[in-house]
Design a protein around this ligand. Structure first.
Ligand SMILES: [Fe+2]
Ligand SMILES: [Fe+2]
Length: 292
């Protein structure tokens, strides 16, 4: 293991993060190839289908997911090409992204935080993002869902590679009534959002996803996708009022006022979307089956 991964997060300078992620194993090549190809607007369906078909387990999982209540399509979709044609590249890309990250981190144990609660929080934020994007006519529903799903993955990198620091955050946050982000800022020079950014950049994830993950606790700093970032920030805060907040720490104290303003939203109006969010959540929890 590398020198950086042997350190404590307390001793890691933000400049070292890039070097740190070099030592974190990458996603399997097939995912990287897939995400890269899917960013090309001229890519043809057979090419994507062929690539996915090379990996039996990925194909099976994608078909399982696209046939679940989550996508709400009544007829059975039997092939990847059909899935791409019916649901679109973006939906299949989202499914593949979700599957890849669940595969990668799905076997994490629950020391410190309950992992089922962690994934429920991720799915809740993803669902809230999607509903808000739809209700506010923001044309990035798939991206919004995926950013919501992945926003806190930096915490899993902390858990896997900096286990003692991770448990330290759990303890100090509980004692001091701090949110995870506040606690990390008090203890370290780096936090889960910057770690998430570094990992996703190294894995060639779409730049919009990388940017929104990086700034989800500091949404006004986002220059590339400010609306998407504001969306995931607000969704994260709202998840706590649905009792689906992130486990291990206290809820954030407030929602960024500029993020709400950018979305033309206030907490009262957001609360009005609760029924729609709950409906979306019911279907989205199907994704938890991917962890089996
Ligand atoms: Fe976060
Ligand atoms: Fe979160």
């Amino acid at each position: 293991m590398s020198a950086v991964l042997n350190k404590s997060l307390m001793d890691i300078h933000p400049r070292e993060i890039k070097g740190m992620v070099k030592d974190v194993p990458t996603l399997p090549v097939i995912y990287q190839e897939l995400f890269q190809k899917m960013q090309d607007p001229n890519i043809a369906v057979p090419e994507i289908a062929e690539l996915i078909a090379q990996d039996q387990s990925l194909s099976t999982k994608i078909l399982h997911l696209v046939n679940s209540a989550f996508y709400g399509y009544s007829k059975q979709i039997k092939t990847i090409s059909r899935a791409v044609v019916i649901l679109g590249f973006r939906a299949v890309r989202s499914a593949a992204l979700a599957i890849s990250v669940f595969d990668y981190f799905g076997d994490e144990d629950s020391e410190g935080v309950n992992m089922l609660d962690f994934w429920k929080h991720s799915i809740a934020v993803a669902s809230i993002c999607k509903v808000l994007a739809r209700e506010l006519n923001i044309n990035q529903q798939e991206e919004a869902f995926i950013v919501g799903l992945l926003h806190d993955v930096g915490k899993l990198v902390e858990k896997r590679y900096f286990a003692e620091d991770f448990l330290e955050v759990c303890t100090v946050a509980q004692e001091q009534h701090l949110s995870w982000y506040e606690c990390e800022k008090a203890l370290f020079q780096v936090h889960h959002a910057t770690i998430g950014k570094a990992i996703f950049r190294a894995w060639n994830f779409p730049p919009s996803v990388v940017d929104a993950v990086q700034f989800h606790h500091n949404p006004t700093a986002s220059t590339k996708v400010p609306q998407l970032t504001a969306l995931v920030h607000v969704a994260d805060v709202l998840s706590y009022s649905l009792d689906l907040g992130a486990p291990g720490a206290w809820p954030p104290k407030e929602c960024d006022a500029d993020a709400l303003k950018l979305l033309g939203l206030d907490m009262e109006r957001a609360a009005g979307f609760q029924e729609k969010i709950e409906e979306e959540l019911e279907h989205a929890m199907e994704i938890l089956k991917l962890l089996d």
